[in-house]
Design a protein around this ligand. Sequence first.
Ligand SMILES: [Zn+2]
Length: 446
Amino acid sequence: MTPAEIEGAVEAGMPQAIEDLTKLVSIPSVAFPGHPEAPVHEAAAAVADLLRSVGLPHVELIPVEGSFPAVYATAPAPPGAPTVLLYAHYDVQPSGDVALWRTPPFEPTVIGDAMYGRGAADDKGGLIAHIAALRVFQGDFPVGLKVIVEGQEEYAGERLESLVEARPELVHADAMVIGDVGNPKVGDPALTTMLRGMAAFTVEVRSLGDAVHSGSFGGAAPDALSALMRMLTAMHDDNGDVRVPGLERGVFPGESSSEKEFRATAGVLDGVSLVGSGSIADRVWASYAITVTGLDVPSVSGAINAVQAVARARVTIRIPPSGDAATALKTVSAFLAENAPWGVQVSFDDTVTGSGFRASEGGPARAAIEKAMEHAFGRAPREVGQGGSIPLVAKLATLHPQAEILLYGVEDEDASIHAPNERVILGELRRIITAEALFLSTYTHP
Ligand SMILES: [Zn+2]
Protein backbone atom coordinates (compact mmCIF):
# COMPACT_ATOMS: atom_id res chain seq x y z
CA MET A 1 0.00 0.00 0.00
CA THR A 2 1.20 3.54 -0.68
CA PRO A 3 1.42 6.06 2.16
CA ALA A 4 -1.61 7.87 0.75
CA GLU A 5 -3.63 4.64 0.68
CA ILE A 6 -2.62 3.93 4.27
CA GLU A 7 -3.61 7.42 5.40
CA GLY A 8 -6.94 7.05 3.65
CA ALA A 9 -7.58 3.67 5.26
CA VAL A 10 -6.71 5.05 8.71
CA GLU A 11 -9.02 8.02 8.22
CA ALA A 12 -11.84 5.75 7.05
CA GLY A 13 -11.21 3.43 10.01
CA MET A 14 -11.37 6.13 12.73
CA PRO A 15 -15.10 5.72 13.53
CA GLN A 16 -14.47 2.00 14.07
CA ALA A 17 -11.39 2.74 16.20
CA ILE A 18 -13.38 5.17 18.36
CA GLU A 19 -16.19 2.65 18.71
CA ASP A 20 -13.71 -0.08 19.75
CA LEU A 21 -12.05 2.26 22.24
CA THR A 22 -15.41 3.28 23.68
CA LYS A 23 -16.32 -0.36 24.21
CA LEU A 24 -13.03 -1.15 25.96
CA VAL A 25 -13.03 1.93 28.20
CA SER A 26 -16.57 1.04 29.32
CA ILE A 27 -15.21 -2.14 30.91
CA PRO A 28 -13.74 -1.38 34.38
CA SER A 29 -10.83 -3.80 34.02
CA VAL A 30 -9.06 -2.82 37.23
CA ALA A 31 -6.76 -5.75 38.06
CA PHE A 32 -6.03 -4.63 41.63
CA PRO A 33 -6.92 -6.73 44.67
CA GLY A 34 -10.34 -5.86 46.02
CA HIS A 35 -11.79 -4.98 42.60
CA PRO A 36 -14.17 -7.38 40.81
CA GLU A 37 -12.35 -9.82 38.55
CA ALA A 38 -15.19 -10.39 36.08
CA PRO A 39 -14.63 -7.12 34.14
CA VAL A 40 -10.94 -7.94 33.75
CA HIS A 41 -11.84 -11.27 32.15
CA GLU A 42 -14.50 -9.51 30.08
CA ALA A 43 -11.84 -7.10 28.78
CA ALA A 44 -9.54 -10.03 27.91
CA ALA A 45 -12.33 -11.62 25.86
CA ALA A 46 -13.08 -8.29 24.14
CA VAL A 47 -9.40 -7.89 23.21
CA ALA A 48 -9.31 -11.42 21.79
CA ASP A 49 -12.39 -10.58 19.68
CA LEU A 50 -10.73 -7.40 18.41
CA LEU A 51 -7.55 -9.26 17.45
CA ARG A 52 -9.63 -11.85 15.56
CA SER A 53 -11.61 -9.07 13.88
CA VAL A 54 -8.49 -7.59 12.26
CA GLY A 55 -7.61 -10.91 10.64
CA LEU A 56 -4.92 -12.34 12.90
CA PRO A 57 -5.13 -16.08 12.21
CA HIS A 58 -4.08 -17.25 15.65
CA VAL A 59 -5.51 -15.75 18.84
CA GLU A 60 -5.39 -17.30 22.31
CA LEU A 61 -5.62 -16.42 25.99
CA ILE A 62 -2.46 -17.51 27.79
CA PRO A 63 -2.84 -18.09 31.53
CA VAL A 64 -0.35 -16.09 33.62
CA GLU A 65 0.40 -17.61 37.00
CA GLY A 66 -1.23 -15.69 39.84
CA SER A 67 -2.58 -13.11 37.40
CA PHE A 68 -5.02 -12.47 34.56
CA PRO A 69 -4.51 -14.01 31.13
CA ALA A 70 -2.35 -12.42 28.48
CA VAL A 71 -4.11 -12.11 25.14
CA TYR A 72 -1.76 -13.36 22.47
CA ALA A 73 -2.02 -13.40 18.68
CA THR A 74 0.27 -14.17 15.78
CA ALA A 75 0.43 -14.03 12.01
CA PRO A 76 3.26 -15.70 10.08
CA ALA A 77 5.84 -13.54 8.32
CA PRO A 78 5.64 -13.32 4.53
CA PRO A 79 8.83 -14.77 2.98
CA GLY A 80 11.84 -12.59 3.80
CA ALA A 81 9.86 -10.17 5.98
CA PRO A 82 10.76 -9.40 9.59
CA THR A 83 8.53 -10.12 12.59
CA VAL A 84 7.19 -7.34 14.83
CA LEU A 85 5.98 -7.79 18.39
CA LEU A 86 3.25 -5.37 19.48
CA TYR A 87 2.71 -4.84 23.20
CA ALA A 88 -0.06 -3.12 25.16
CA HIS A 89 -2.05 -3.84 28.35
CA TYR A 90 -5.81 -4.10 28.86
CA ASP A 91 -5.96 -3.52 32.62
CA VAL A 92 -6.27 0.00 34.00
CA GLN A 93 -5.56 2.00 37.13
CA PRO A 94 -8.44 2.28 39.63
CA SER A 95 -10.52 5.43 39.08
CA GLY A 96 -9.58 6.92 42.45
CA ASP A 97 -12.04 9.44 43.91
CA VAL A 98 -14.93 9.50 41.40
CA ALA A 99 -15.97 12.94 42.70
CA LEU A 100 -12.82 14.38 41.11
CA TRP A 101 -13.89 13.22 37.64
CA ARG A 102 -15.85 15.64 35.43
CA THR A 103 -17.28 12.65 33.50
CA PRO A 104 -17.83 9.13 34.92
CA PRO A 105 -14.52 7.20 34.63
CA PHE A 106 -16.04 4.17 32.95
CA GLU A 107 -18.49 6.03 30.71
CA PRO A 108 -16.22 7.17 27.89
CA THR A 109 -17.19 10.68 26.85
CA VAL A 110 -15.99 12.56 23.80
CA ILE A 111 -15.65 16.31 24.31
CA GLY A 112 -14.16 18.14 21.35
CA ASP A 113 -11.21 16.07 20.13
CA ALA A 114 -10.71 14.28 23.45
CA MET A 115 -12.14 11.05 24.81
CA TYR A 116 -12.29 11.01 28.59
CA GLY A 117 -12.33 7.83 30.66
CA ARG A 118 -10.05 5.62 32.72
CA GLY A 119 -7.68 3.84 30.36
CA ALA A 120 -8.59 5.99 27.33
CA ALA A 121 -4.86 6.70 27.01
CA ASP A 122 -3.15 4.20 29.36
CA ASP A 123 -3.32 1.81 27.75
CA LYS A 124 -6.54 1.05 25.93
CA GLY A 125 -5.71 3.91 23.56
CA GLY A 126 -2.32 2.29 22.95
CA LEU A 127 -4.02 -1.04 22.36
CA ILE A 128 -6.53 0.44 19.91
CA ALA A 129 -3.63 2.07 18.04
CA HIS A 130 -2.26 -1.44 17.38
CA ILE A 131 -5.70 -2.81 16.46
CA ALA A 132 -6.54 0.03 14.08
CA ALA A 133 -3.10 -0.06 12.44
CA LEU A 134 -3.48 -3.80 11.84
CA ARG A 135 -7.00 -3.35 10.48
CA VAL A 136 -5.58 -1.24 7.64
CA PHE A 137 -4.07 -4.38 6.08
CA GLN A 138 -7.30 -6.43 6.09
CA GLY A 139 -5.49 -9.63 7.06
CA ASP A 140 -2.76 -9.26 4.41
CA PHE A 141 0.04 -8.23 6.77
CA PRO A 142 3.36 -6.96 5.37
CA VAL A 143 5.35 -8.39 8.32
CA GLY A 144 5.11 -11.31 10.69
CA LEU A 145 3.22 -10.36 13.84
CA LYS A 146 3.14 -11.30 17.48
CA VAL A 147 0.76 -9.32 19.67
CA ILE A 148 0.83 -9.62 23.44
CA VAL A 149 -1.69 -7.74 25.57
CA GLU A 150 -1.03 -7.91 29.30
CA GLY A 151 -3.79 -8.16 31.91
CA GLN A 152 -2.20 -6.86 35.12
CA GLU A 153 0.48 -4.35 34.15
CA GLU A 154 -0.66 -1.68 36.58
CA TYR A 155 -0.50 -3.94 39.61
CA ALA A 156 1.85 -6.89 39.08
CA GLY A 157 3.73 -6.60 35.80
CA GLU A 158 6.42 -8.95 37.08
CA ARG A 159 4.04 -11.85 36.51
CA LEU A 160 4.09 -11.33 32.75
CA GLU A 161 7.87 -11.05 32.99
CA SER A 162 7.96 -14.57 34.49
CA LEU A 163 5.82 -15.85 31.62
CA VAL A 164 8.07 -14.45 28.89
CA GLU A 165 11.13 -15.63 30.77
CA ALA A 166 9.73 -19.18 30.79
CA ARG A 167 8.56 -18.95 27.16
CA PRO A 168 10.89 -16.49 25.40
CA GLU A 169 9.75 -17.71 21.95
CA LEU A 170 6.41 -15.98 22.55
CA VAL A 171 8.10 -12.60 22.24
CA HIS A 172 10.92 -13.45 19.84
CA ALA A 173 10.85 -10.77 17.12
CA ASP A 174 13.07 -8.49 15.05
CA ALA A 175 11.39 -5.36 16.36
CA MET A 176 9.23 -4.77 19.43
CA VAL A 177 6.75 -1.93 19.75
CA ILE A 178 5.84 -0.97 23.31
CA GLY A 179 2.73 1.13 22.81
CA ASP A 180 2.46 2.32 26.40
CA VAL A 181 4.17 5.71 26.43
CA GLY A 182 3.66 8.85 24.36
CA ASN A 183 4.67 12.31 23.26
CA PRO A 184 5.53 15.14 25.66
CA LYS A 185 2.95 17.31 23.90
CA VAL A 186 0.15 16.56 21.47
CA GLY A 187 1.44 16.79 17.90
CA ASP A 188 5.09 16.74 19.03
CA PRO A 189 6.20 13.20 18.07
CA ALA A 190 8.72 11.43 20.27
CA LEU A 191 10.45 8.11 20.65
CA THR A 192 11.24 7.11 24.20
CA THR A 193 14.83 5.91 24.11
CA MET A 194 15.75 5.89 27.80
CA LEU A 195 13.92 4.44 30.77
CA ARG A 196 15.14 4.56 34.34
CA GLY A 197 15.27 1.38 36.36
CA MET A 198 14.23 1.23 39.97
CA ALA A 199 15.02 -0.37 43.29
CA ALA A 200 13.16 -0.15 46.56
CA PHE A 201 13.62 -1.40 50.07
CA THR A 202 12.40 -0.98 53.64
CA VAL A 203 14.93 0.12 56.24
CA GLU A 204 14.30 -0.51 59.92
CA VAL A 205 16.10 1.12 62.85
CA ARG A 206 16.01 -0.28 66.41
CA SER A 207 17.48 1.47 69.42
CA LEU A 208 15.64 0.31 72.56
CA GLY A 209 13.84 -2.77 73.81
CA ASP A 210 10.65 -0.73 73.94
CA ALA A 211 9.48 2.87 73.70
CA VAL A 212 10.18 4.76 76.93
CA HIS A 213 8.81 7.93 78.55
CA SER A 214 10.28 11.05 76.94
CA GLY A 215 10.34 12.83 80.29
CA SER A 216 12.10 10.15 82.29
CA PHE A 217 14.42 8.97 79.50
CA GLY A 218 14.48 11.67 76.78
CA GLY A 219 17.88 13.34 76.54
CA ALA A 220 19.84 10.13 77.07
CA ALA A 221 17.81 7.32 75.48
CA PRO A 222 18.63 6.91 71.74
CA ASP A 223 15.58 7.71 69.65
CA ALA A 224 15.09 5.34 66.69
CA LEU A 225 12.98 7.85 64.79
CA SER A 226 15.53 10.61 65.14
CA ALA A 227 18.30 8.19 64.07
CA LEU A 228 16.31 7.19 60.98
CA MET A 229 15.67 10.83 60.02
CA ARG A 230 19.39 11.61 60.21
CA MET A 231 20.14 8.63 57.97
CA LEU A 232 17.48 9.60 55.43
CA THR A 233 18.48 13.26 55.22
CA ALA A 234 22.14 12.25 54.71
CA MET A 235 21.24 10.94 51.23
CA HIS A 236 20.84 14.44 49.70
CA ASP A 237 22.88 17.63 49.94
CA ASP A 238 21.35 21.03 50.69
CA ASN A 239 20.56 21.55 46.99
CA GLY A 240 18.63 18.27 46.84
CA ASP A 241 21.25 16.43 44.78
CA VAL A 242 21.89 12.80 45.68
CA ARG A 243 25.14 12.72 47.66
CA VAL A 244 25.58 8.96 47.97
CA PRO A 245 29.09 8.20 46.62
CA GLY A 246 28.95 6.09 43.47
CA LEU A 247 25.59 7.44 42.30
CA GLU A 248 26.86 10.08 39.90
CA ARG A 249 24.67 12.51 37.98
CA GLY A 250 24.01 11.69 34.31
CA VAL A 251 23.43 13.80 31.20
CA PHE A 252 20.50 13.29 28.81
CA PRO A 253 21.66 13.56 25.19
CA GLY A 254 18.46 15.14 23.77
CA GLU A 255 16.39 18.24 24.47
CA SER A 256 15.03 19.02 27.90
CA SER A 257 11.83 20.73 28.94
CA SER A 258 12.33 24.03 30.77
CA GLU A 259 12.16 24.48 34.53
CA LYS A 260 9.07 26.61 33.96
CA GLU A 261 7.24 23.83 32.08
CA PHE A 262 8.32 21.29 34.66
CA ARG A 263 7.09 23.45 37.55
CA ALA A 264 3.70 23.77 35.90
CA THR A 265 3.31 20.05 35.13
CA ALA A 266 4.51 19.01 38.58
CA GLY A 267 2.37 21.61 40.34
CA VAL A 268 5.28 23.09 42.31
CA LEU A 269 4.00 25.79 44.66
CA ASP A 270 5.01 29.44 44.27
CA GLY A 271 8.18 30.24 46.16
CA VAL A 272 9.22 26.59 46.39
CA SER A 273 12.36 25.80 44.41
CA LEU A 274 13.14 22.67 42.42
CA VAL A 275 15.79 20.32 43.75
CA GLY A 276 18.92 18.93 42.11
CA SER A 277 21.12 20.32 39.36
CA GLY A 278 21.58 19.87 35.62
CA SER A 279 18.78 20.16 33.04
CA ILE A 280 15.35 18.78 33.90
CA ALA A 281 15.98 15.88 31.48
CA ASP A 282 19.32 15.16 33.19
CA ARG A 283 17.60 15.07 36.55
CA VAL A 284 14.50 13.01 35.78
CA TRP A 285 15.69 10.77 32.95
CA ALA A 286 19.46 10.35 33.24
CA SER A 287 20.27 10.60 36.96
CA TYR A 288 19.60 8.74 40.17
CA ALA A 289 16.72 9.91 42.31
CA ILE A 290 16.05 8.75 45.85
CA THR A 291 12.62 9.25 47.40
CA VAL A 292 11.31 8.27 50.82
CA THR A 293 7.87 6.93 49.97
CA GLY A 294 6.65 5.80 53.36
CA LEU A 295 7.37 5.96 57.08
CA ASP A 296 6.20 3.72 59.91
CA VAL A 297 6.15 6.10 62.85
CA PRO A 298 3.51 6.91 65.46
CA SER A 299 0.80 9.12 63.96
CA VAL A 300 0.27 12.64 65.27
CA SER A 301 -3.20 11.98 66.54
CA GLY A 302 -2.81 9.89 69.67
CA ALA A 303 0.96 10.43 69.84
CA ILE A 304 2.17 9.83 73.37
CA ASN A 305 5.24 11.34 75.03
CA ALA A 306 7.68 8.55 74.26
CA VAL A 307 11.14 8.04 72.81
CA GLN A 308 10.68 5.62 69.93
CA ALA A 309 12.35 2.22 69.97
CA VAL A 310 11.77 1.38 66.32
CA ALA A 311 11.15 3.27 63.06
CA ARG A 312 10.88 2.16 59.45
CA ALA A 313 11.05 3.87 56.06
CA ARG A 314 10.35 2.78 52.50
CA VAL A 315 12.94 4.11 50.08
CA THR A 316 12.71 4.11 46.27
CA ILE A 317 15.69 4.66 44.00
CA ARG A 318 15.29 5.55 40.32
CA ILE A 319 18.27 4.38 38.33
CA PRO A 320 19.61 5.75 35.02
CA PRO A 321 19.99 3.18 32.21
CA SER A 322 23.78 3.28 32.66
CA GLY A 323 23.39 2.10 36.27
CA ASP A 324 22.67 -1.30 37.72
CA ALA A 325 19.70 -1.71 40.04
CA ALA A 326 21.24 -4.34 42.34
CA THR A 327 24.43 -2.28 42.73
CA ALA A 328 22.46 0.89 43.47
CA LEU A 329 20.42 -0.95 46.08
CA LYS A 330 23.61 -2.18 47.79
CA THR A 331 25.26 1.24 47.58
CA VAL A 332 22.33 3.10 49.14
CA SER A 333 21.71 0.57 51.91
CA ALA A 334 25.42 0.53 52.81
CA PHE A 335 25.39 4.36 52.88
CA LEU A 336 22.40 4.40 55.24
CA ALA A 337 24.05 1.85 57.53
CA GLU A 338 27.28 3.90 57.60
CA ASN A 339 25.32 7.02 58.48
CA ALA A 340 23.40 5.40 61.33
CA PRO A 341 24.21 7.28 64.55
CA TRP A 342 24.76 5.89 68.06
CA GLY A 343 25.28 2.31 66.96
CA VAL A 344 21.55 1.72 66.39
CA GLN A 345 20.61 -1.58 64.76
CA VAL A 346 19.78 -1.25 61.05
CA SER A 347 18.19 -3.90 58.84
CA PHE A 348 16.83 -4.01 55.30
CA ASP A 349 13.87 -5.92 53.94
CA ASP A 350 11.35 -6.21 51.06
CA THR A 351 13.76 -5.31 48.30
CA VAL A 352 12.75 -5.07 44.65
CA THR A 353 14.87 -4.21 41.62
CA GLY A 354 14.19 -3.59 37.93
CA SER A 355 16.66 -2.52 35.26
CA GLY A 356 16.44 0.52 33.04
CA PHE A 357 16.68 0.62 29.27
CA ARG A 358 18.63 2.47 26.61
CA ALA A 359 17.51 1.99 22.98
CA SER A 360 20.11 1.01 20.42
CA GLU A 361 20.53 3.44 17.55
CA GLY A 362 20.58 3.13 13.83
CA GLY A 363 18.70 -0.12 13.14
CA PRO A 364 16.23 -0.56 10.27
CA ALA A 365 13.19 -0.55 12.59
CA ARG A 366 14.29 2.73 14.17
CA ALA A 367 14.82 4.27 10.74
CA ALA A 368 11.39 3.06 9.55
CA ILE A 369 9.48 4.38 12.58
CA GLU A 370 11.28 7.74 12.42
CA LYS A 371 10.21 8.16 8.77
CA ALA A 372 6.69 6.94 9.55
CA MET A 373 6.28 9.40 12.44
CA GLU A 374 7.65 12.24 10.38
CA HIS A 375 5.06 11.46 7.71
CA ALA A 376 2.19 11.15 10.20
CA PHE A 377 3.03 14.24 12.30
CA GLY A 378 4.67 16.45 9.69
CA ARG A 379 7.83 16.66 11.77
CA ALA A 380 10.59 14.25 12.78
CA PRO A 381 10.31 12.63 16.21
CA ARG A 382 12.69 13.65 18.96
CA GLU A 383 14.22 11.44 21.58
CA VAL A 384 12.81 11.56 25.07
CA GLY A 385 13.43 9.62 28.23
CA GLN A 386 11.07 8.49 30.90
CA GLY A 387 11.77 8.79 34.57
CA GLY A 388 9.46 5.91 35.44
CA SER A 389 10.30 2.29 34.89
CA ILE A 390 8.91 -0.38 32.56
CA PRO A 391 10.63 -3.53 33.85
CA LEU A 392 9.18 -5.65 31.01
CA VAL A 393 11.24 -3.66 28.51
CA ALA A 394 14.50 -4.52 30.27
CA LYS A 395 13.39 -8.15 30.38
CA LEU A 396 12.63 -8.19 26.63
CA ALA A 397 16.00 -6.58 25.91
CA THR A 398 17.76 -9.26 27.97
CA LEU A 399 15.86 -12.16 26.41
CA HIS A 400 16.29 -10.94 22.82
CA PRO A 401 19.23 -8.55 22.69
CA GLN A 402 19.17 -8.46 18.86
CA ALA A 403 15.64 -7.03 18.78
CA GLU A 404 15.10 -3.31 18.22
CA ILE A 405 12.73 -2.00 20.87
CA LEU A 406 10.60 1.03 19.97
CA LEU A 407 8.61 2.94 22.56
CA TYR A 408 5.94 5.41 21.52
CA GLY A 409 2.23 5.86 21.94
CA VAL A 410 -0.88 7.97 22.38
CA GLU A 411 -0.22 9.38 25.84
CA ASP A 412 0.96 12.94 26.47
CA GLU A 413 1.90 14.89 29.58
CA ASP A 414 -1.63 16.25 29.96
CA ALA A 415 -3.35 12.86 29.46
CA SER A 416 -3.82 12.49 33.26
CA ILE A 417 -2.93 8.81 33.24
CA HIS A 418 -3.23 7.38 36.79
CA ALA A 419 -5.20 10.54 37.73
CA PRO A 420 -8.78 11.80 37.49
CA ASN A 421 -10.06 12.93 34.05
CA GLU A 422 -7.73 10.74 32.00
CA ARG A 423 -8.13 11.48 28.32
CA VAL A 424 -6.73 10.70 24.89
CA ILE A 425 -6.68 13.17 22.02
CA LEU A 426 -8.35 11.47 19.06
CA GLY A 427 -6.25 13.35 16.49
CA GLU A 428 -3.15 12.06 18.27
CA LEU A 429 -4.59 8.55 18.23
CA ARG A 430 -5.09 8.88 14.45
CA ARG A 431 -1.50 10.11 13.93
CA ILE A 432 -0.10 7.21 15.95
CA ILE A 433 -2.25 4.70 14.05
CA THR A 434 -0.99 6.21 10.77
CA ALA A 435 2.62 6.08 11.94
CA GLU A 436 2.29 2.49 13.08
CA ALA A 437 0.62 1.32 9.86
CA LEU A 438 3.28 3.13 7.79
CA PHE A 439 5.98 1.55 9.92
CA LEU A 440 4.55 -1.95 9.44
CA SER A 441 4.33 -1.43 5.68
CA THR A 442 7.86 -0.06 5.24
CA TYR A 443 9.93 -1.98 7.78
CA THR A 444 12.11 -4.58 6.08
CA HIS A 445 15.28 -6.47 6.84
CA PRO A 446 18.34 -4.45 5.78
ZN1 LIG B 1 0.37 1.71 30.93
